[in-house]
Design a binder for this molecule. Structure first.
Ligand code: SF4
Length: 272
């Protein structure tokens, strides 16, 4: 396995992706053109303050569970967030802020979002089985690669949790995010032989938690959907056809300026 996702063969075989991540799989479901921008063309877009908050918060929450249970307090989490930001700022986000005041305001807002974490669970009562777990597994003909936020043992079984630092969408718009978590559940079942009992999406800006139970039958169905999606992705690559799917999410799409669906429009659609 090479480190490249996209590999074009020099023979008559079609070009193909070597690995697929759960988030790219969700992208293709939402909008094939979005998938193309990210996974095939690999068009770089400047990071946003929201992405920076997400990455920094994930690192801080990962470190929180390195502390003894009694020390997992809001103050320690804020301290870890500051430390994570110092670690990430210069390497990942050197040009994100125009001035220190903007950076400071972002930091204050980020800590307010993180404070919500303690409204949805008490980390002192939890010992995750794993955090930021790098997963690489074959599922049939597909090799899936992705990083799982957290997995914990609860009285009724294994639970998979995904942190989001944004606001929760209405429940029906969270379904694509659950698709990605179901793929992680498939990977866990493959790796450990245990089927997770629940999937949890934790939106800290709110906060809102969406949770769904999961069964072997649902995971079997996810595997079939994933295989169909994989075929559709390979067909799209072969035929160079990635339709656009304009919709509500376009307002947040960083590729709108170059998207064919918006090519003839004088003004872009603003995020609502
Ligand atoms: S702007 Fe909308 S249609 Fe275009 S790539 Fe983004 S999500 Fe797809």
């Amino acid at each position: 396995m090479t480190s490249t996702d996209h590999h074009e063969t020099k023979t008559s075989s079609p070009p193909f992706l070597e690995t697929l991540s759960p988030s790219r799989a969700s992208d293709f479901k939402v909008c094939p053109q979005l998938f193309k921008f990210k996974a095939i063309d690999k068009i770089e877009v400047p990071p946003t303050v929201y992405q920076a908050r997400g990455t920094t918060a994930h690192l801080a929450l990962q470190w929180l569970f390195d502390l003894p249970a009694a020390e997992r307090t809001p103050e320690r989490l804020y301290e870890l967030f500051r430390r994570a930001w110092v670690e990430l700022r210069d390497t990942e986000y050197p040009d994100l802020f125009d001035n220190t005041e903007a950076e400071r305001n972002w930091g204050i807002e980020s800590l307010e979002v993180l404070a919500n974490y303690f409204l949805v669970e008490d980390p002192a009562q939890l010992e995750p089985l794993d955090r930021e777990l790098d997963m690489l597994e074959d599922l049939g003909e597909i090799t899936i690669r992705g990083i799982l936020d957290r997995m914990e043992e609860e009285p009724d079984g294994v639970v998979i949790t995904d942190y989001k630092t944004g606001k929760a969408p209405p429940e029906q718009y969270a379904i694509p995010a659950f698709f990605a978590l179901k793929i992680y559940a498939l990977l866990i079942r493959k790796r450990t032989g245990r089927t997770p009992v629940r999937l949890k999406l934790m939106y800290l800006n709110g906060p809102t938690v969406y949770e769904i139970p999961i069964t072997d039958q649902q995971l079997d169905a996810t595997q079939r959907k994933l295989e169909a999606l994989w075929s559709a992705i390979n067909r799209a690559i072969l035929n160079e056809e990635f339709p656009t799917r304009p919709g509500k999410l376009c307002g947040w799409c960083q590729y709108q300026d170059i998207c064919p669906a918006f090519a003839d429009q004088p003004e872009t659609v603003a995020a609502s």
